[in-house]
Design a protein around this ligand. Structure first.
Ligand code: GUN
Length: 286
């Protein structure tokens, strides 16, 4: 079993991004600029956004964090989005999800100008990506395809099973994996699928994005499969300072014994999602 070290790959590519960022700064007088909007204080979101800002500092991007209270109104958020859409000094921005209940997330995503939607969530970007046109690709699916390529994992003609059909991971990933660059035969399984175990056992590449700790057990994994774990559930832990740790969807200890490759949680897919965000922001700045 070989561990797929997202942290290591992200670090290497961040060095390349830093060089390009400095070149852009020299050419046009300012570095790429990523802004993040955070509504409320969801602990997971607080931590993801602080990592995104730290990444920007590492690659010499400019960054801004715009905060709104938990009880902010839709009008307040749309006002900020409009400002960012028309700010020539901001190349791209994200609104961290999930949002508090009073917001319609889909409407919020659609308010972001597609040219600044570095998360790749706007229907214009998803649609363009789907038919193979140039577009910002959703960050997690893009990060996963970079990881597979970096590790030289053969995807062409392989059976790829994706657990989960969300708009930000499972669905766009199923499209990228079936396109000409990756050439996999893709099956998406979800909460209404009847024989999940049998389908998972057919996977050469098994990618799980469920958010259910220990959902994928060793009896669901074919010997020699590649397992990619997108799950990041915060669970209580008495071994960490914060009292929480991140748990993937995979029963890592037992599944790892059967795999050719596997991603850890944390340190697998997570850093690659953030890396893809930096790559999209670099493109937006160009
Ligand atoms: N929440 C969980 N993942 C993401 C992401 O990639 N982008 C945003 N904006 N919110 C998220």
């Amino acid at each position: 079993m070989k561990l797929i070290e997202g942290n290591k790959i992200a670090k290497e590519i961040k060095e390349e991004i830093k060089i390009k960022s400095l070149q852009i700064k020299e050419k046009r007088g300012r570095a790429p600029h990523l802004a993040a909007v955070l509504v409320g204080h969801d602990p997971g979101s607080e931590s993801y956004v602080s990592y995104k800002i730290k990444d920007c500092q590492e690659v010499r991007f400019e960054s801004s964090l715009i905060r709104l209270n938990e009880d902010a109104t839709e009008e307040e958020l749309y006002e900020i989005i409009d400002k960012l859409n028309s700010d020539p000094l901001v190349d791209g921005f994200i609104v961290q999800l999930p949002l508090p209940q009073q917001f319609n997330e889909q409407k919020v995503i659609e308010a972001i100008k597609p040219e600044k939607d570095v998360d790749g969530f706007h229907p214009m970007n998803v649609g363009k990506m789907t038919i193979g046109l140039d577009a910002f690709k959703s960050a997690t699916p893009m990060g996963i395809t970079i990881l597979l390529k970096k590790y030289g994992i053969e995807t062409s003609g392989k059976n790829c099973v994706i657990i989960g059909r969300s708009n930000i991971v499972g669905r766009p990933l199923s499209i990228l994996m079936s396109q000409k660059e990756m050439n996999s035969t893709v099956t998406v399984v979800h909460s209404r699928t009847k024989n999940i175990k049998e389908i998972c056992l057919s996977a050469d590449i098994l990618i799980t994005a469920m958010g259910k700790p220990n959902f994928v057990t060793a009896d669901m994994v074919k010997q020699g499969a590649v397992v990619i774990d997108v799950g990041t559930t915060r669970v209580k832990s008495d071994k960490t300072k914060s009292g929480f740790k991140l748990s993937g969807d995979v029963d890592f200890e037992n599944v790892a014994e059967k795999c050719s490759y596997i991603t850890p949680v944390p340190g697998g897919v997570g850093p690659m999602t953030r890396l893809a965000l930096l790559l999209n922001t670099l493109e937006a700045a160009k």
